[in-house]
Design a protein around this ligand. Structure first.
Ligand SMILES: Cc1ncc(COP(=O)(O)O)c(C=O)c1O
Length: 454
């Protein structure tokens, strides 16, 4: 066997700073707008929602930002995460390509999400906040924040998208084990939830609705703030430790990837792995960067680049992003974390600038590769992660056709041990492919009319 199967990084070599791509972007990100005035928002506009120390990070243009000591201490519970070579998966595909993957499934809640959860819990605690609210799709984010809040002594209420709440009861039990409260969204606890339930009593829910509920709860409660698990600049920043570690690990074996791949829901794990490589690309290095999403929720590949709200009740600032419309209720996919209507503004801008290639995949193909992965590499991937695996497999099969020894690096964003109902549906033949119809895209475009254009 050529080369190691696992590459570990010593604890003392774990990165001590996050990388902020805003310092290197060829086109700066357009500013978020106040929907009332149409003017760029000020940090004060965000103060009821986020603590000021995180708002400062959100707007920072500094290239490197120090990771506070208490955050490093918590990250060391599972980081540096191992870099694996997927030798058996390569063999099953019969490819000459080498596939490396960053295993973010080794964190206590099972995904990359705690990389930002521990940072956000720390900054809120340092700012004197006592309670947080949030939304969760698949439950990975809710359980990551529950874990982080427990470590830093904060209370937490999680609004969980109803379809996932029903499909994934074990995620709720995890959140409760870490001391958080978890309710299905839409819920009767907020004005936003009640008004949706009146109109659509059987709705499967959406991240947009759950975000509205969590923000409303935060801004109407004392000493409480809201925490978001993806999309925003500071969240993507906290995830860059993944790519920075990967660069050090691959350097240990004198390797640099030809292709870097991640799945993208709101864009955070993808950005976490890819932004340090996109920095290299901006400075002339040849590396192809691919973001994978579901054909059922094709934000990056089909939706327009617009100013839109981050939530359904239109309470957030307007963000410059690829969006299917803030009132979009995506089909009930098993990859719950990829059902968001928008895409991180930083990722959206880098797509516009041609630095990222977005691709969409059907769920049957994703499950096919997820099952092949489980049978070769052993680890069962989260349904979200299976989209990155499908993209890596596509690259590896292309390398086979071309007879090239490409190096592919993928972000293995989480394990699927709490998502087995999706595997059951796939294995018993109950799943089918679904691509969002063109009429839905046209509907989304119409819903966005009247909002400012980036
Ligand atoms: C395992 C896993 N991967 C990927 C995602 C997508 O989120 P993001 O695009 O922010 O990484 C999620 C979201 O819940 C997830 O749980």
């Amino acid at each position: 066997m050529d080369g190691p199967t696992k590459i570990f990084l010593d604890e003392k070599d774990m990165p001590r700073q996050w990388y902020n791509i805003q310092a290197d972007m060829p086109t700066p990100m357009k500013p978020p707008l106040n929907p009332g005035t149409g003017q760029p928002i000020s940090p004060d506009d965000l103060a009821p929602v986020f603590p000021m120390n995180l708002i400062e990070q959100e707007v920072s243009q500094e290239r490197w930002i120090d990771i506070p000591e208490p955050v490093l201490e918590k990250l060391l519970l599972w980081r540096p995460s191992p870099l694996y070579r997927a030798k058996a998966f390569e063999e099953a595909l019969g490819t000459p390509a080498k596939i490396y993957y960053k295993n973010e499934g080794v964190s206590p809640p099972g995904s990359h999400k705690p990389n930002t959860a521990v940072a956000q819990a720390y900054y809120n605690k340092a700012f004197g906040i006592e309670r947080l609210t949030t939304e969760t799709g698949a439950g990975q984010w809710g359980s990551a924040l529950a874990f982080a809040c427990k470590l830093f002594g904060l209370k937490l209420k999680v609004y969980m998208v109803r379809i996932s709440f029903d499909q994934k009861p074990f995620r709720k039990f995890m959140m409760e084990t870490w001391g958080a409260e978890c309710v299905p969204s839409p819920s009767p606890n907020t004005n936003a939830g009640r008004s949706i339930l009146e109109k659509l009593p059987d709705t499967p829910g959406s991240l947009g609705i759950a975000i509205s509920e969590a923000i409303e709860d935060a801004v109407t409660s004392k000493n409480c703030r809201y925490s978001l698990g993806s999309v925003l600049n500071h969240v993507l920043l906290h995830q860059t430790i993944i790519g920075l570690e990967a660069q050090k690990q691959l350097a240990l074996i004198d390797t640099y990837p030809d292709v870097v791949v991640g799945c993208a829901g709101g864009g955070s794990n993808f950005a976490g792995l890819s932004f340090p490589y996109i920095r290299d690309k901006i400075h002339g290095k040849e590396v192809h960067v691919v973001a994978a999403e579901p054909a059922a929720c094709p934000t990056m590949t089909k939706a327009p680049f617009v100013y839109d709200f981050g939530d359904t009740a239109m309470t957030t600032p307007l963000l410059p992003m690829h969006s299917l419309g803030h009132d979009f209720v995506p089909p009930p996919l098993h990859a719950g974390g990829l059902r968001y209507h928008g895409m991180a503004p930083l990722v959206s801008q880098l797509i516009i600038d041609g630095l990222i290639e977005p691709r969409s995949y059907h769920q049957l193909e994703c499950y096919k590769y997820a099952v092949l992965w489980a049978g070769t590499e052993g680890f069962i991937p989260a349904p979200e992660t299976s989209h990155a695996i499908a993209a890596a497999a596509e690259e590896a099969l292309r390398a086979k056709e071309e007879g090239k020894e490409k190096v592919i690096l993928l972000n293995w964003s989480g394990h699927g041990l709490m998502d087995l109902t999706g595997y059951d549906a796939y294995l018993s033949g109950k799943l089918s492919d679904y691509a969002l119809p063109e009429e839905e895209i046209a509907r989304a475009e119409a819903a966005l009319e009247g909002l400012p254009k980036p």
